[in-house]
Design a protein around this ligand. Structure first.
Ligand SMILES: Nc1ncnc2c1ncn2[C@@H]1O[C@H](COP(=O)(O)OP(=O)(O)OP(=O)(O)O)[C@@H](O)[C@H]1O
Length: 302
């Protein structure tokens, strides 16, 4: 698979504060890459360096296999981005804003391009409503529409989910998946809303202490993370004995909350409960669980 973005040894400092330190990252063609990091981890700084709004102190960036800074600058014409808040003219409608950007970017067949783009981002029916009266979700979508006008192969979105309501998040997710699947666009999305990023991205890079400390695909994440059954009981020792002698499944006692994690699947819940009841062990709660990206991330960055 071709590489769309390759970063090696990137470092950036603001004054004496190191923000990015010897960072490596790679985005492959067709990826929806989720860049995960806590507030202040340096996601925006990294995106600004990729798009040459900021310069790095050290390191190399290659876009579409470009060699050197000049080629990378040229390759930026294939990149669309929305960084921090979407920028548009408050007193103009969605159509008028796009028309303005088509004019300054000399985009041919403006009317057709605008209609298609508005359809893609779900803003075809906004009529005379001007940008200032848009909801946050609509503003985000117009920002993306502006980035889409030049038909980029690689779209970079900085915290696009921030502040959206659940419907806005769902619409955003559908739009991203259509851009990826129908137009074959490679997409990088930064966010600290992991649960949402998990639903939309297929690869993740975890940014912590200035580095990408882990890159993992969704498929790898799913095989890596085991299912387990959570058993809550105040009789941990007695329950452990039954699990050892009768149930014969691997388990771990979690000391903090009277919890035992039994590494098995949902269908074993009934059998476990039956054995514990027969042995008169008081069960407070028993349920099936799966480690999610949130827990994985928290474990990695703590
Ligand atoms: N121009 C600047 N001058 C000095 N410090 C800066 C500058 N821009 C960002 N920083 C600092 O760099 C660090 C990383 O900021 P950045 O905005 O890249 O993080 P982020 O991961 O995008 O955070 P958030 O999720 O809150 O947007 C922060 O401590 C921030 O205060």
């Amino acid at each position: 698979m071709k590489t769309v973005l390759e970063i090696h040894g990137l470092s950036k400092q603001f004054g004496k504060q190191p923000i990015l330190q010897d960072l490596n990252l790679s985005v492959k063609e067709g990826d929806i890459y989720g860049l995960i990091g806590k507030n202040g981890a340096g996601k925006t700084t990294l995106i600004k360096i990729i798009t040459q709004l900021l310069s790095a102190d050290y390191g190399t960036i290659s876009l579409f296999s470009s060699q050197g800074y000049k080629e990378c600058t040229k390759a930026l014409s294939r990149v669309g981005s929305v960084i921090e808040s979407p920028v548009a003219h408050n007193h103009l409608t969605a159509y008028q804003n796009l028309k303005y950007y088509c004019t300054i970017r000399h985009i041919p067949n403006a009317d057709q391009v605008i209609q298609e783009t508005l359809k893609y981002v779900g803003l075809s029916d906004t009529g005379r409503k001007v940008f200032r009266d848009f909801s946050l979700g609509m503003k985000q979508r117009l920002g993306i529409a502006i980035a889409l006008l030049s038909k980029p192969d690689f779209l970079i979105l900085d915290e696009p989910i921030n502040g959206l309501d659940p419907i806005g998040i769902k619409e955003f997710r559908q739009m991203i998946q259509r851009l990826n699947q129908e137009l074959g666009m490679t997409i990088l999305i930064s966010s600290h809303i992991l649960s949402e990023l998990y639903l939309v991205a297929n690869r993740f890079g975890i940014l912590d202490q200035g580095k990408i400390i882990r890159e993992i695909s969704k498929a790898e994440f799913e095989t890596l993370n085991e299912d387990y059954i959570v058993l809550k009981t105040s009789e941990k020792e007695k329950a452990s004995q039954i699990l050892k002698d009768k149930v014969r499944l691997e388990f771990k006692v979690v000391n903090s909350d009277n919890e035992i994690h039994i590494f098995s699947h949902e269908q074993d819940v009934k059998r476990i409960l039956k054995e514990l009841t027969l042995a008169d062990v008081a069960v407070d709660e028993i349920y099936y669980a799966r480690q999610n990206l949130e827990e994985y991330f928290t474990q990695l960055v703590k």
